[in-house]
Design a binder for this molecule. Structure first.
Ligand SMILES: Cc1ncc(COP(=O)(O)O)c(C=O)c1O
Length: 404
């Protein structure tokens, strides 16, 4: 990018011609902050406040009758909407409920039970902590061996490395599609092909992908996926996660938490568990209705904007951040960790500096909301529906001043 394109005025002009510029007004965003943490917790859509008010009123007026007036259907109904707008999944393959951690546990156990003769689980050392910890626990409980891919911390799992570590003993392979630290985007189709060829099952964590990069789970022949809804989908703090199970696998897989709402005919209260058909069998307990309504509003907004437009802006924002970091921060000891190729990068940018922890704390104290990731990364999360180009400029400038 030329120097002229790196001025604050140029960033203001980019905002003026941004096709998604009107979306920002539809969120509640404190005027005195530069919010660069939508990759951790997305902003509050105004439509969500209104929906929750209506829902709370329904709770007040209708009480328990609400369950028969649409509440029980929300996990699969919102799941289908998420599938079609964001995941590239045909109806009947997505269910929402529980945290990402619990959804991940359910699908890991289901996958291992479906490959009983195979001992190994493959993941990478840079995978998100909750995924690594769940795998450690399940491997110990079920006598399986965890195989660790030690990749480049500035990148993510590459298909050739993955292929070199799988074989007839591999039951399950699991990675994050977009790395929480580097923002590296894995080659989903190539990894799926290698895993499928080995007869193993593949489980993706899409927490940093959904709502930031286009996904084609059906077309890319994904077996299983989970992800959170509180980042780029703006579902709110603690919003429930989703599970995707490819239709052809649903009858073969049995998740381990046999709750009443995953049973066939739950209100028969009958003895003995029999899994319900389809994605209902992957549910366990009472759905978090208020939180599901909030997820629904976030998903509807991404659907309205269109994931391709969201992706195009995500690329433009990260390109600007990287260009500004090169021009204004490199001489101050800041380096870009995220991949340079936009096709291999999600919607956040990882900047490394030895004093990253203190720098993040100082930035947050001055109203520039970023986050720190061990050991030395400052993450700028650029959420296309809410982040402006001028926010990127102001964030980089604030960091430059801290260092100057
Ligand atoms: C890749 C990934 N997986 C899982 C989680 C969190 O799981 P949970 O929603 O259970 O806290 C996060 C949270 O940031 C994440 O980035």
């Amino acid at each position: 990018m030329s120097t002229a394109l790196l001025s604050r005025d140029a960033a203001v002009e980019l905002d003026a011609s941004d096709p998604l510029r009107d979306f920002r007004r539809r969120f509640v965003i404190a005027p005195d902050v530069v919010y660069l943490d939508g990759n951790s917790l997305g902003c509050l859509p105004r439509a969500t406040s209104e929906r929750l008010e209506r829902l709370v009123a329904q709770w007040g007026q209708r009480g328990v009758r609400g369950w028969d007036e649409g509440w029980l259907e929300l996990p699969l109904e919102v799941g289908d909407r998420l599938g079609s707008a964001v995941l590239g999944a045909a109806p009947g393959q997505v269910a929402i409920g529980d945290s990402t951690t619990v959804c991940f546990y359910k699908l890991v156990c289901a996958a291992l039970d479906a490959r009983p003769g195979r001992r190994q689980i493959l993941t990478d050392l840079d995978n998100f902590p909750t995924d690594r910890y769940v795998l450690e626990g399940v491997a110990r409980a079920r006598g399986r061996e965890l195989v660790w891919l030690r990749g480049d911390p500035g990148g993510g799992p590459e298909p050739e490395e993955v292929a070199s570590l799988i074989g007839p003993e591999t039951a399950l392979v699991t990675f994050s599609h977009v790395s929480y630290r580097s923002a590296h985007v894995a080659d989903m189709a190539a990894v799926n092909a290698a895993v499928g060829e080995a007869g193993a099952l593949m489980l993706w964590d899409l927490s940093h992908s959904a709502g930031s990069v286009p996904l084609a789970l059906d077309a890319d022949r994904v077996d299983l996926a989970v992800g959170c809804t509180y980042k780029y989908l703006n579902g709110g703090p603690g919003a429930p996660a989703y599970m995707y199970v490819r239709r052809q696998l649903q009858a073969q897989l049995r998740q381990p938490i046999w709750g009443w709402l995953g049973r066939r005919d739950p209100f028969q209260m009958a003895p003995g568990y029999e899994a319900a058909e389809g994605m209902t069998g992957f549910l366990s307990g009472t759905p978090p209705v208020l939180a599901l309504a909030a997820v629904d509003e976030g998903v509807r907004m991404v659907a309205e904007a269109g994931i391709d437009a969201v992706r195009a802006k995500g690329v433009a924002l990260t390109e600007l951040a990287i260009a500004l970091a090169g021009a204004r921060l490199a001489q101050l000891g800041v380096s870009v960790v995220s991949p340079r190729d936009p096709a291999r990068r999600g919607a956040h940018v990882a900047l490394a500096h030895p004093d990253a922890r203190e720098l993040c704390a100082d930035l947050i104290a001055t109203g520039v909301i970023v986050d720190f990731r061990r050991p030395d990364v400052i993450r700028f999360g650029l959420s296309p529906l809410t982040t402006r180009f001028v926010d990127v400029w102001d964030g980089v400038e604030a960091l430059r001043r801290q260092l100057g």
